[in-house]
Design a protein around this ligand. Structure first.
Ligand code: BV8
Ligand code: ZN
Length: 242
């Protein structure tokens, strides 16, 4: 399956991954738009926006506490672990839209969290922020300064963290292989990263059981799951490296 990219894989020093909710699906975290999708039950524009948070912080917090409970007990799957292992053979940068921290839990050392983290909590007013892995007694939780806390995630209508986004664009515009796994590429501006890579003649590889809006622009589009394919990619890289 990878023979058509063998030469490129052999010569490249660095592999960039762009991942989305699909790569965590097999860790029991529902995707956004799939049949089990989170957003079947809730209207995303009702909950993942700054307006919703200020209108009804308790409701938004109940949604996040529900997701945090699931995410904090979730384990990385073979797809996450394979990506971390590939670091033994190549420089790897993981640019994830996920907020679940599973890439880091699996051992990936360079992870750009494009949409923030549900584990990191920050104050809506002062500069307090911290990873909080316990459930909150009452929601919305309060900061010591008296204001309410929020998950350090990027809501719709909010800009991505500037430093992270700038780094993601630089990496994408100078990479020679980008592997896009588990994302529908619906959400912008994250969905422009493969375009930056393509403009720089990078080879684009997609791993997704379903077609996406960018499948036709991929050099290789593998209709399978990430936990199935990424360990095979790791074995292939090991075989051509030795
Ligand atoms: C911004 C954090 C500008 C929170 C998320 C119209 C109205 C309003 C807004 C817009 C609009 N048009 C465009 C916009 C902009 C908007 C946007 O893109 N909206 C979309 C819905 C059209 N974007 C924004 O607002 C962004 N900010 O533009 O700011 C700005 C600039 C300056 C100053 C001010 C403002 C912010 C976007 C970030 C939103 N936050 N998450 C939270 O999670 O609660 S987005 C959310 O969607 C997650 O991060 C998620 O990862 C992301 C993308 O979804 P996917 O990851 O792709 O997941 P999805 O379910 O869609 O797909 C899963 C895929 O996996 C599927 O293809 C499936 O086939 C596949 N799969 C399933 N199983 C597997 C698998 N693949 C492999 N293996 C498997 N086993
Ligand atoms: Zn505070």
């Amino acid at each position: 399956m990878f023979d058509i990219i063998k030469d490129k894989l052999k010569e490249t020093k660095k592999i960039i991954f762009v991942t989305g909710a699909g790569i965590s699906q097999e860790s029991g975290i529902p995707t956004f738009r799939g049949k089990d999708g989170l957003w079947r039950k809730y209207d995303p524009m009702q909950l993942a926006t700054i307006e919703a948070f200020y209108e009804n912080p308790k409701l938004v917090w109940e949604w996040y506490e529900d997701r945090r409970g699931n995410i904090l007990s979730a384990k990385p799957n073979p797809g996450h672990f394979a990506m971390a292992e590939i670091e033994k053979f190549k420089d790897v940068v993981v640019m994830t839209q996920n907020i679940d921290g599973l890439h880091q839990k699996a051992g990936s050392s360079k992870v750009l969290e494009l949409h923030g983290s549900i584990i990191r909590i920050k104050c809506t007013s002062c500069d307090f922020e911290d990873d909080i892995i316990t459930k909150f007694e009452e929601v919305p939780p309060k900061c010591l300064c008296g204001k309410i806390l929020r998950p350090d995630v990027v809501w719709f209508g909010e800009p991505l963290p500037q430093k992270v986004w700038r780094e993601a664009m630089i990496e994408s515009s100078k990479c020679d292989i980008m592997i896009i796994a588990g994302t529908s590429l619906v959400v912008s501006p994250a969905n422009t990263l493969p375009i930056y890579a393509k403009q720089n003649d990078a080879m684009l590889i997609e791993i997704n059981p379903e077609e996406t809006i960018m499948s036709s622009q991929m050099d290789l589009s593998i209709r399978d799951t990430s936990s199935n394919i990424l360990p095979k990619l790791l074995t292939y890289i090991q075989s051509i490296q030795n």
